[in-house]
Write a protein that binds this ligand. Structure first.
Ligand code: BMA
Length: 331
């Protein structure tokens, strides 16, 4: 039995594996749990994040509106499945402070993490190209934007949930200006969440037939889950098919003290588009995980993912299942 290092979450949204199924991961029967039109002007709600908050859950949602602007909205839920998302997009208390730095052209793909009692949001922030935006809140009412963490072009900035070796650590995925022909993950380190350095290469795409689902680009998904065996990271990978990109996700286990050291990395994907809402939408054949809730007591894990850039789905696994699978399906 492996253990999740963290808090118990008895009210984690969870459904038992369907009877008779040998699946390592299974989808909620309520999928898609968030429809595209939950807001009066939304075109799509996907690639979104959720954390336990005040006995229920708080979330930061990527909502593209009917002008096709990409922005972030706050939401709350009692059960992690039925959400009330605010109509107004997220605004910052300190917006006027430094408009040149804090202005943004768009915001998307948020992640949320609690570190030392404070909630941090990271997202893809349009600042002369996509880069990693950062903000914090203590109450999900007042939000404070911080300096962008890294230079453009960069996406998929994901913080670890605690300091490691005395430093904050963040995974990111630098790239070029287009739909990149490459895309590797790095870990950057910081003492204050403002100045980032000591960049370490984490992983590259696999340029071979052996693991083609991750041959075009990769990017960190949810905040890594701490276990007694290492950091469990779910990450997306992209295949370039003759009909366009296919976004799937797999898993890796990273060393606890030097997380740029990979203990296991999955050869197979864990989940790839199969259901109609994952295959058909504004961008077909995309599943894109941005958050995972976990219960240290039972090892249960619930993963939120965007489906076809249109709606949000939920999938479930358990720590032992996913670690056994990872060890027997590793590159
Ligand atoms: C990536 C990001 C994601 C999106 C995906 C598929 O580059 O922009 O937000 O889900 O493409 O369109």
């Amino acid at each position: 039995m492996s253990k999740i290092i963290g808090e118990a979450l008895p009210n984690i949204p969870f459904e038992a594996r369907p009877a008779g199924s040998q699946a390592v991961i299974w989808r909620s029967v309520q999928n898609p749990i968030i429809p595209q039109d939950l807001l009066s002007r939304s075109n799509s709600i996907f690639n979104s994040a959720s954390v336990p908050f005040e006995g229920g859950f708080a979330g930061v949602f990527r909502c593209d509106d009917q002008a096709r602007s990409m922005d972030l909205h706050i939401g709350f839920s009692e059960d992690g499945i039925n959400w009330k998302i605010e109509e107004e997009c997220l605004s910052f208390e300190n917006e006027a402070e430094n408009p040149e730095i804090f202005r943004y052209e768009y915001r998307y793909d948020p992640r949320v993490v609690k570190i030392d009692g404070r909630y941090y949001i990271s997202w893809c922030n349009g600042y002369h190209g996509p880069t990693i935006g950062l903000a914090y809140t203590d109450d999900f009412k007042h939000f404070y934007q911080m300096e962008n963490a890294l230079l453009p072009y960069n996406r998929n900035g994901v913080l670890f949930p605690r300091k490691i070796q005395g430093r904050y650590m963040m995974i990111s995925r630098p790239s070029d200006t287009g739909h990149t022909p490459f895309g590797d993950m790095f870990i950057s380190q910081s003492e204050d969440l403002v100045f980032w350095g000591m960049h370490r290469h984490l992983m590259s795409t696999i340029k071979s037939n052996a693991s083609a689902w991750q041959s075009t680009k990769i990017g960190a998904g949810p905040v890594p889950i701490e276990t007694d065996e290492g950091w469990l990271l779910f990450y997306h990978g992209v295949l370039n098919s003759c009909n366009g990109f296919v976004y799937a996700f797999g898993a890796a286990l990273l060393d606890l003290e030097e997380p740029w050291k990979i203990l296991y990395r999955s050869q197979d994907y864990l989940m790839s588009p199969r259901e109609i809402y994952e295959r058909v939408g504004d961008v077909p054949n995309v599943i894109f995980p941005c958050a995972a809730l976990s219960d240290a007591e039972t090892g249960r894990i619930a993963i939120y993912y965007g489906a076809a850039d249109t709606v949000t789905g939920l999938a479930f696994t358990e720590l032992d299942l996913v670690l056994n699978w990872l060890k027997t399906h590793a590159l």
